[in-house]
Ligand binder design. Sequence first.
Ligand code: F6R
Length: 634
Amino acid sequence: MCGIVGYLGQKSPVPLIVDSLRTLEYRGYDSAGVAYLDDESLLHVYKASGKLLNLEGILPNELRLPTLPAESVNGHRNIGIGHIRWATHGAATNVNAHPHTGSRQEIALVHNGIIENFYELRQELQAKGHQFVSETDTESVVQLLEHLAETETDFSKVILKALQKLQGAYALTVISKKFPNHLYAARHQAPLVVGVGKDQNGNDEYIVASDAVAIVNHTNRLIYLKDGEIVEISPAGLRIMNLQGEQVEPVIETISTDPLTIDKKGYKHFMLKEIYEQPDVVRNSLTGRLQSIHQPIWILGDTPEQEGRFDAHLSAINRIVIIGCGTSYNAGLVGKYFIEELVQLPVEVEAAGEFRYRNPFISDRDLVITMSQSGETADTLAALRLSHQKGAKVLTLTNREDSSMAREADFVMPVRAGVEVSVAATKSFTAQITALYLLGLSLAEKRQTLAPEQLESLKAELLKMPARIESVLHNTEPLQVLARKYGQARDVLFIARGVNFPVALEGALKLKEISYIHAEGYSGSELKHGPIAMLDSNVPVVSVLTKGPVFEKMISNCQEAKAREARLIGITNTPVPNELRDTFEDILEIPESVEHFSPMLTTIPLQLLAYYMAEYLGKDVDQPRNLAKSVTVE
Ligand code: F6R
């Protein structure tokens, strides 16, 4: 949530910062702002509520041209900071937009995170005469900096003293007109990366950002700051210190930029492109891990040592605890059904925000799996740390190998979905469940809980799934028709059972987040315990019916709904008997597969239904209101 950028180099900072902010819009779009110091060290701030486009609209022409202002004069470098906001404290207004400045307009600051003791700081500073203008927690930090700078001339000491007083989470970037050649940035429980590059003329330049995607157009040499680290960038170079003021040796990593490139590739929305990428996502996820039905499964895929270490741990565990939020949580539930059944090992799935605030029973005999597309979700990261404190080893399933979770986990299984830009997660869900299927099969293989022929047959089935996903994607016309037919619904229910129950949750989540239609996912069996009271002839009920142990049960649940005049839409992988077809107003057939892997197929029509409904209603599909892709505040 919120994205921050800072630049120090010889280029005109504002256009560069705006370009970088564009890649961070997935983190929020409630407001955007930039601040820079001109050649006379005057501080300029521009900010606008709403999307980045609004900020671009108010920037003077000369700040939009990459060549202006030209080379810096007086030895000053070009320096600026920028922000994209997902509102936490204070409404999405201009005045609450970042950058924030102190009362004397000397310092500008952008921040991602939440300062928990902001109110106490605010009261203290107000008592000392500082005039606050916004409702944000962030303003307390910049006012504190200005206050401390009154008596301390070394700005790095000012930053250090201020940070020592903060409670909560932050990634922040600061500039000051008194120190025009200096850019400061710091992080604590919020991500921050420093790019160390050279411009076309060979001059050093530095870009600080919440995510490497905002930097990779300029350099692939990155420093991932750790919690409690502060970076000072000046013409003398870069210096990192910790909160005690001790020097820390910078570690520069050279990364491959290809996976971070962002392009819509001709699709109308990123979400549609990402839905269509799913066959390849599954192929990528299987590559090198499941080569043929006769070879053992390879989970982590890096080195034999790493795999061996992981295997040794797997043989020692007696429980798996999967932790995630939102779509990642739903993916974890699919893993529970599959792994528990095949491996006969207890699997619990926990919402990270609940897990972290109780005193969960976790021990070194558990494998904790943190599931996170971004690898930065604050609650999931905190759950990872709590699991470590309790002695468990943590495997992270993430789409970002450069994320905080990947760095802190004991084992990392990249889910290989490629950059997911649309706020609504689609291909990352499919990649996550593919990873869990591989993990389950590998455990079944190692613990010999399946007969060799059963194992081989499941491996063969999994290898066929990309082609089957492709065939679902070739039949989207009926879903477009359904979207128009049901697009005006006020409420939609999604029901399923067994391993597809999480798919019902996911279908409802997708629909509500991008179309704002009220939707709920239930197990078909739960309908009669309450939700059935909602049903009447206005309520569409999307039911996932797959061939397997719960098919007949689901048919009964559909009939119960039909008896209350609900409008049934069946998504099925097996022909519905003729005498039952009348139960359904619409039926969409998808390819058959073994029950275990059917969520890989049943999810796709639900993603598309949500997409087409949102599109039909004219909603902002890729950037739905109130949401952000990376939830780095709790
Ligand atoms: C839904 C969605 C969110 C995320 C959730 C967790 O489409 O995108 O529910 O799944 O915020 O995010 P990650 O997976 O990055 O931890």
